[in-house]
Design a protein around this ligand. Structure first.
Ligand code: HEC
Ligand code: HEC
Length: 332
């Protein structure tokens, strides 16, 4: 046979079709890969900053106050408590697996973790500090100055480096090895019948149209209340606050469902106290579907298989303040 470009193309096509036919149908959710740490000094510095309440005006609030790594990276409150016991406007999302999201915040107003990390420090309703004061505090602590130097190679301590370090730590906050991931990787005994029935319902009813990818969410902005409107108790308007477009009103970043068993209460206003309630609302408002009690229970059982290995490390010991460190102002 004369080998023509067409023959080559056909052979290549048949080859890939055969390979495709041999593979099981692709799943809409992929396993979480463990973190690969390339700059351990930077990650260690970021971990300290994440736990350091001296980045707040009060000296009492750290990132971990609202994204508690002992509680699925959340505060398990409807909305967070900020500086001076202020009532937060919106539910605190988990920081776990946030690296997989297309953008940060419910409305996606920060493009990545580094851009996000500067927000809460200077937010008067959260840590109520300023970037300048945060830099002054860290510069007054000799061990921090030395750690910035060893992580970055040169002397400067500035807000860009602070947020780079915090983001590098957050990149490591992934939760591999959930039972669901074990099942995805071929351990067919990792899930029981009820959980598998829940996963089938999750796929067949259309939840995966929005909750997909490694984080089972975070891949798009979607309207809350597609079939029926959602009556939120929070003033948040969603994506339209960023784009200014009316069509984006009440579009929110689809939240990750990884570790959802730990990240209650649910929705941007924190109004769904239980997973059963959240699944019921999603079925009715997003899909026009009323699940039976059994169907709801099996979806909830499936969702609980998404709990992965939680970050596990020694709590960092924070370097002590020096005599020159600006004093915290907890009651102002
Ligand atoms: C007072 C509570 C509070 C503190 C302190 C706080 N956060 Fe948050 N965080 C929130 C809330 C509430 C949101 C959601 C805000 C929104 O979407 O408008 C959020 C959002 C985030 C997100 C986006 C997650 C997502 O899925 O969109 C990340 C990442 C994050 N915070 C990291 C941090 C870091 C890092 C710090 C410390 C520098 C910090 N937070 C301090 C309450 C807090
Ligand atoms: C049209 C897109 C879409 C579909 C379909 C959809 N969801 Fe959602 N889901 C969202 C959005 C957007 C939110 C956040 C809404 C909010 O907080 O206001 C959300 C939130 C959730 C939450 C709460 C997570 C949290 O941390 O607050 C759960 C649980 C959930 N969905 C499960 C499901 C299930 C189960 C299905 C199928 C029955 C489903 N979703 C179908 C878009 C969707």
């Amino acid at each position: 046979m004369k080998i023509t470009p067409l023959a080559i193309a056909i052979t290549a096509l048949t080859g890939s079709l055969n390979a495709w036919a041999a593979k099981p149908a692709a799943e809409p959710i992929s396993p979480i890969q463990p973190a690969v740490i390339t700059n351990p000094k930077l990650v260690e510095l970021g971990k300290k900053l994440y736990f350091d309440p001296r980045l707040s005006k009060s000296g009492a609030i750290s990132c971990n106050s609202c994204h508690n790594l002992s509680m699925g990276g959340t505060d398990n409150l409807k909305t967070s408590i900020g500086h001076n016991w202020q009532k937060g406007p919106i539910n605190s999302p988990t920081v776990l697996n946030s690296r997989f999201a297309l953008a940060q915040f419910w409305d996606g107003r920060a493009k990545d973790l580094k851009e996000q990390a500067g927000g809460p420090i200077a937010n008067p309703g959260e840590m109520a500090f300023t970037h300048e004061l945060a830099v002054d505090v860290l510069k007054s602590i000799p061990q921090y100055v030395a750690e910035f130097k060893s992580a970055f190679g040169t002397d400067a301590v500035d807000i860009g480096r602070i947020t780079t370090a915090i983001a590098a730590f957050e990149e490591t906050l992934v939760t591999p090895d959930s039972r669901f991931d074990k099942w995805l990787k071929g351990d067919k005994k990792a899930l029981n019948e009820k959980e598998l029935a829940g996963y089938a319902l999750f796929k067949n009813s259309g939840c995966v149209a929005c909750h997909n990818g490694p984080a089972v969410g975070g891949t798009s902005f979607q309207k809350m209340g597609v079939v029926e409107p959602y009556k939120a108790t929070s003033p948040a308007e969603g994506r339209s606050a960023v784009t200014g477009k009316d069509a984006d009103r009440f579009n929110f970043k689809v939240p990750t469902l990884r570790n959802v068993e730990l990240t209650y209460p649910y929705f941007h206003d924190g109004e769904a106290a239980t997973l059963e309630k959240a699944v019921d609302v999603m079925g009715r408002l997003q899909l026009g579907k009323q699940f039976t009690t059994d169907e709801n229970a099996s979806i909830v059982a499936f969702l609980k298989t998404l709990t992965g290995k939680q970050p596990n490390f020694k709590l960092p010991t924070l370097p002590p303040s020096s005599n020159a460190t600006p004093q915290p102002k907890p009651f102002e």
